[in-house]
Structure formats: structure tokens, C-alpha cells
Write a protein that binds this ligand. Structure first.
Ligand SMILES: Nc1nc2c(ncn2[C@@H]2O[C@H](COP(=O)(O)OP(=O)(O)O)[C@@H](O)[C@H]2O)c(=O)[nH]1
Ligand SMILES: [Mg+2]
Length: 377
């Protein structure tokens, strides 16, 4: 069996291809100055994306924020001071610009609008209603983000929500961005970040969801769902295609590049490529050696017996079943390990040693788990 050498793999090229393949949704963020637009965006996507000064003005009053390694493009409207003449300009600017975007291909359209209304003002203004109605009439998915609800008592909150339902008839989600843990804990049952994100994903064409989910801060369970149900299957199909070529299936080295690319894709989606330093050396030293060695071992060992449709002998007919099952198991193991790492790093704020999570013992045990479950299920 040929040895696979990490040097054969071009990590930057693979990462570039992965990025290239991710289409980015365009999200328009609307609302008055001080409505809490920037705070909401920072909370959902992380601080870096809309850092002041980094945006490109696309038209008067609208600034585009994007980053090479982020899967969303945000258009932030400059906002307006309630009660000034800027208010009427605002509506015209936003409308004109939406019209212009609508005439373009899917990639350049506005895919959804988050319209921020601040609880701090205690009311929904005529201007809000006007702009919302106008955008809805243009068939752009729109939700109201009811921000800063820590400023509202129960009665005020109900009144604002009733106004949104009555005048606009659009979905709305309650949010608050506060450093104060007591405030957040008191609002726990009111906050609807998860529902906002679920709505936001739901509005997007399937082809745009990966970009959005990958751009989220945290949301590890949503990311894991995307990885296990959408990303890993891309690579199991690729592996099956490769297995058709060499007959009989004897060259494990051919599968390894597919699995390394899958590992990169998984790590990127969890956001681990940013945190764990030099990605290529990390993946080079760990994923390549572990997966290469394990694949070689596994092909001649007990795990094969567990693959549905495969006996102890490997014949040409079972090449694709072996290749795709093995890759799926490997993907599951990598996803699970990366999930644990991401949890430790992002949720518990730990400094981790990647090799304590990512080692042959853990990979083998998780792959075994996958084989057992898929055989029984
Ligand atoms: N109390 C409270 N203040 C907030 C909240 N969200 C934002 N703010 C404050 O409101 C001000 C305006 O927020 P910002 O996000 O800059 O609004 P933008 O002008 O729409 O981008 C800032 O001083 C924020 O710190 C919130 O949920 N609660
Ligand atoms: Mg702002």
C-alpha cells in the first residue's frame, strides 16, 4: 500500500477551493440611528465583520461589510435620526437600492432584511411602518428585530409587539445585547436569538445556507447539523467516485486527500481554523498521519466487518461502499472532535491542546461508534 505524504497536499489550494464553493447571502440591516443595528450584527456574527471604517459605501447611506473568510455580506444602512428630514431620504435610498439589486442575478440580490426597532424608543414610528411595508411589497423576506428590550416593561413590550403585528404583519424577534448578566438572566425567557437565526436560515435558498451558518458566532449545534447532513455527504460521494477508479480497491492513499479536505472544511465551519494557529501544519501533522494510518489499518481489520454490505473479503463490487462508509465515519469522528474543541474554546474559553482531543484513540472510538450506529440503524 502506498504511503501518503502530507507534503503532497496543498492546504492553501484546498482551503481556497472550499471558500470559493461557499455562496454568500446578502443581508440588509435597517433601522434608525441608535436602533442597535451594529450591536445585533456584532452579537450574531462576531465583532470583526462590521468594524467601523472597514466598510465600502455602495450608494449614499448604505455601506457594505464583507470579509474574505466570512460567509455573509452585510449591508448596513446609515440610519436616520428620528424626527429629522433625513427620514424621507432614508426610505427613498433603501427603496431605490433594493430595486436596483432586484434586477441582478441571485448572487447580488438582497436575500433578507433585518429591520431593527429599538425598545429604547418605546414605540414603532410611522417611518418604520412605511419602510417595512414598502420592502415587504417588493417581496424581500423581512423580520423586525425588536432590540434593547431591557428598556421595556411588560406592558410597553406588548404594545410594541401589537403595533408590529397590526401595522406590518411581519415576524419579529426580541433581543437585547447587554454585558449585565443580571439583566440577561431576567430577560432569559423573552430573548429570541435562536428563533431569529432559525428564521434567517429558513429564508435562504439552500445554496446560501452554508455561508450564513458558517458566519455565525457560536451556534455550534446548528453548525454540527450542517456539517453532518450537508458537508460530509459531499466528501463521501467524492470518495465513492474515487473508489471506482482503482480496481481492486487497494490504494488508500487516493482517499486521504479527500478526507483531509473534508477535515479542513469541517474545521473551517466550526471556526477552528482561526483559533488554532497554523492550519496547514496542524492538519498536516495530525489529520494526515492519523487518517492515513487508520485507513490503512482499518482496511485490513475488524471495522470492515461492520460496514453494511461488506464481508471480510474486499472485491471490486464493494469498493464504493467501503470508500464512502469509511469517509462518512471519518467525517463523523472529525466533526465530533472539532465540536468538542469548539465548545471548549468558544463556550468555556479554554486554551486547549488540540492533540488531546484529536488523537487516534478518539478517532478510532468515534468511528467505531458511527459504524455500530449505522449498522443497527
Ligand atoms: N440597554 C441597551 N443598550 C443597547 C442595546 N443594544 C445596543 N445598545 C446601545 O445603544 C447604542 C446604539 O447601538 P448601535 O448598535 O450602535 O446602534 P446603530 O446606530 O443602530 O448601529 C449603543 O450605545 C449601544 O451600546 C441593548 O440591547 N440594551
Ligand atoms: Mg451602527
Amino acid at each position: 500500500m502506498k504511503e501518503y505524504r502530507p507534503d503532497d497536499f496543498d492546504f492553501n489550494k484546498a482551503l481556497g477551493e472550499i471558500k470559493q464553493g461557499i455562496a454568500k447571502p446578502n443581508i440588509l440591516i435597517c433601522g434608525a440611528t441608535g436602533a442597535g443595528k451594529s450591536s445585533v450584527v456584532n452579537y450574531v456574527f462576531g465583532e470583526d465583520l462590521a468594524k467601523t471604517g472597514d466598510g465600502i459605501p455602495v450608494t449614499r447611506g448604505i455601506t457594505k461589510y464583507q470579509r474574505d473568510d466570512s460567509g455573509v455580506v452585510l449591508y448596513d444602512t446609515e440610519g436616520y435620526e428620528i424626527g429629522t428630514e433625513k427620514v424621507s431620504h432614508y426610505k427613498t435610498q433603501v427603496e431605490n437600492w433594493i430595486n436596483q439589486a432586484k434586477s441582478m442575478d441571485l448572487k447580488n440580490q438582497i436575500h433578507e432584511v433585518w429591520y431593527c426597532i429599538s425598545g429604547g424608543n418605546k414605540r414603532v414610528t410611522d417611518m418604520d411602518i412605511d419602510v417595512i411595508k414598502s420592502l415587504v411589497s417588493k417581496k424581500v423576506p423581512l423580520a423586525v428585530v425588536l432590540t434593547q428590550i431591557d428598556n421595556l416593561d411588560e406592558e410597553e413590550l406588548t404594545a410594541m409587539e401589537e403595533a408590529i403585528v397590526h401595522y406590518c404583519d411581519v415576524p419579529f424577534f426580541r433581543t437585547c445585547v447587554s454585558q449585565d448578566l443580571e439583566v440577561l438572566s431576567a430577560l432569559k425567557d423573552y430573548l429570541q436569538w435562536e428563533a431569529l437565526i432559525a428564521w434567517a436560515i429558513d429564508q435562504l435558498d439552500e445554496s446560501l445556507r452554508e455561508g450564513f451558518i458558517g458566519a455565525l458566532q457560536g451556534n455550534l449545534t446548528t453548525k454540527r447539523g450542517l456539517i453532518n447532513h450537508k458537508i460530509i455527504p459531499l466528501y463521501t460521494s467524492a470518495a465513492a467516485g474515487i473508489a471506482l477508479t482503482p480496481i481492486p480497491f487497494s490504494d488508500a492513499a487516493l482517499l486521504v486527500p479527500v478526507q483531509i479536505k473534508m477535515a479542513l472544511h469541517i474545521m473551517k465551519t466550526y471556526g477552528l481554523d482561526q483559533t488554532l494557529g497554523n492550519l496547514s501544519s496542524l492538519v498536516g501533522s495530525v489529520v494526515v498521519s492519523e487518517s492515513g494510518r487508520l485507513l490503512a489499518q482499518t482496511l485490513s481489520a475488524n471495522l470492515l466487518k461492520l460496514i453494511p454490505g461488506v464481508g471480510t473479503a474486499i472485491g471490486t463490487g464493494v469498493n464504493t461502499a467501503v470508500a464512502s462508509s469509511f469517509t462518512a465515519a471519518m467525517g463523523y469522528a472529525i466533526s465530533e472532535i472539532c465540536f468538542r474543541c469548539a465548545k471548549a474554546v468558544f463556550e468555556d474559553g479554554k486554551e486547549i491542546v488540540f492533540s488531546e482531543y484529536f488523537n487516534s484513540e478518539n478517532i478510532a472510538s468515534l468511528m467505531g461508534e458511527w459504524f455500530r450506529v449505522s449498522k443497527n440503524g
